[in-house]
Design a binder for this molecule. Structure first.
Ligand code: NAD
Length: 389
């Protein structure tokens, strides 16, 4: 058995009875299995219009020279921060890019040093937050984050960086942002398809947290609630992308799923997304949306109770088909083919997935990973039957 194989299947592999997903308490694992819970210390401010409190939050931290970070497409958000923090701004770097390329970090590092920045403030999605963390890792500065997508990076001590086409990830408590300001008003401009794929990205954190090797009952509660909040938000946003309740519910769910991501280990799904993002430059949120139903189908036979919790949170009968139908019904791409992945790339992706492989509840090898990626490439709807090894 290699390191990425299951040491402890999360439950006896047996299909759940029809309708089990909607039944009452699914598990008393909280009291029957030992666990370790490590809380992360962060200040979270959540409100419509909370972005207006940014100057007060910087003041609270006692910092005087703020480097404002954003993606290019969000230069307007960066300008808003510049206005709100005017005398305290050490510089504005609005060139954050997906998957945190090291060469971009080096340019931002120059600006931070030239401006003698003593605080990093990122407004944007995971790309802006990723750059903030990459700078924090090099400069040991505190961070304030205003998330505008549902990626969840602001709640984690994790940094993924890309260099020469390879994405590497590290976890360090010093990377955890000090303050997170959640303002649903900042998310209303997020286009509908990105809103839904980003919501699926958030759900993926919660799904893998539920069957994580180091899962614990507190994070499992947050994970299930996060999926519920996001899945109730999606139809609202599909009906009206400006829906206030939908936006607030989605951001609340993203917060919970981000906490799940930041607290326990992720598994095969996240490994595959890192490989496809880092080596094939596939769009982050959309890749999560395509792969999640396939990986859940792969894992559900050994995580029966956990995946029934996912189904319950989604109000569907089965987690894998429920997630697939959610992606399809939302009009998102269901296949890696549609995201621009070359069919010929599957073999090398499967090979890369086995390098520094992640633990997964169901053991896997290159052949099995190739099958998961092939199903994802074609966008095949998972079968209802549960596969048991
Ligand atoms: P992103 O930050 O690149 O945003 C996608 C696009 O949407 C960008 O062009 C951005 O400018 C735009 N955008 C963002 N918010 C907007 C808004 N409200 N209105 C209009 N446009 C908006 O993508 P993402 O999916 O948020 O994050 C992906 C990145 O985050 C990846 O690099 C991924 O690896 C990383 N990530 C890291 C962690 C972690 O814990 N380290 C967790 C999740 C994601």
């Amino acid at each position: 058995m290699t390191s990425h194989q299951a040491e402890r299947p999360s439950r006896e592999a047996e299909p759940s009875p029809p309708g089990a997903s909607k039944a009452g308490p699914l598990s008393d694992e909280a009291t029957s299995s030992p666990f370790v819970y490590q809380s992360n210390s962060q200040r979270v401010v959540f409100a419509w219009g909370a972005a207006r409190q940014v100057a007060a939050e910087v003041e609270r931290l006692g910092r005087k020279r703020v480097l404002v970070i954003a993606s290019e497409a969000q230069s307007a958000d960066a300008s808003q921060m510049l206005e709100a923090l005017a005398p305290r701004v050490a510089g504005v770097f609005a060139r954050a890019a997906m998957h945190t390329p090291v060469e971009v970090t080096e340019q931002a590092l120059e600006m931070a040093r030239a401006g003698a920045a003593d605080l990093l403030l990122a407004i944007g999605g995971g790309s802006a937050t990723g750059l903030s963390k990459a700078l924090a890792a090099r400069l040991d500065l505190a961070q304030v984050i205003l998330p505008t997508t549902y990626a969840g990076s602001e709640m984690t001590p994790i940094l993924g960086e890309t260099e020469r086409g390879v994405k590497t990830t590290r976890r360090d408590p010093r990377l955890l942002p000090a303050v997170v300001i959640y303002d649903p008003a900042l998310t209303v401009s997020l286009p509908l398809s990105l809103s839904v794929s980003s919501a699926l990205n958030a759900m993926a954190h919660a799904v893998e947290a539920l069957y994580a090797r180091d899962r614990n009952p507190v994070i499992s509660l947050l994970a299930e609630e996060g999926i519920r909040a996001l899945s109730s938000a999606i139809p609202r946003l599909l009906g009206d992308v400006l829906d206030r309740e939908g936006r607030a519910s989605a951001l609340y769910g993203a917060w919970l799923c981000g906490m799940a991501l930041g607290s326990v280990e992720m598994a095969l799904h996240h490994k595959l997304c890192h490989v496809l993002g880092g080596s094939f430059n596939l769009p982050h949120a959309e890749t999560h949306a395509v792969l999640l139903p396939q990986v859940v189908a792969f894992n559900r036979g050994v995580a029966v109770v956990e995946m029934a919790r996912v189904a319950r949170a989604l109000h569907r009968d089965d987690a894998a088909t429920g997630l697939f139908d959610l992606v399809q019904d939302s009009g998102l791409p269901c296949s890696l083919r549609e995201l621009g992945m070359p069919l010929a790339g599957i073999e090398s992706a499967a090979e890369l997935a086995l390098k520094n492989a992640y633990w997964n509840p169901r053991p896997y090898d290159q052949t099995l990973v190739r099958q998961v990626l092939t199903d994802a490439w074609h966008g095949r709807r998972p079968s209802v039957a549960v596969v048991i090894d």
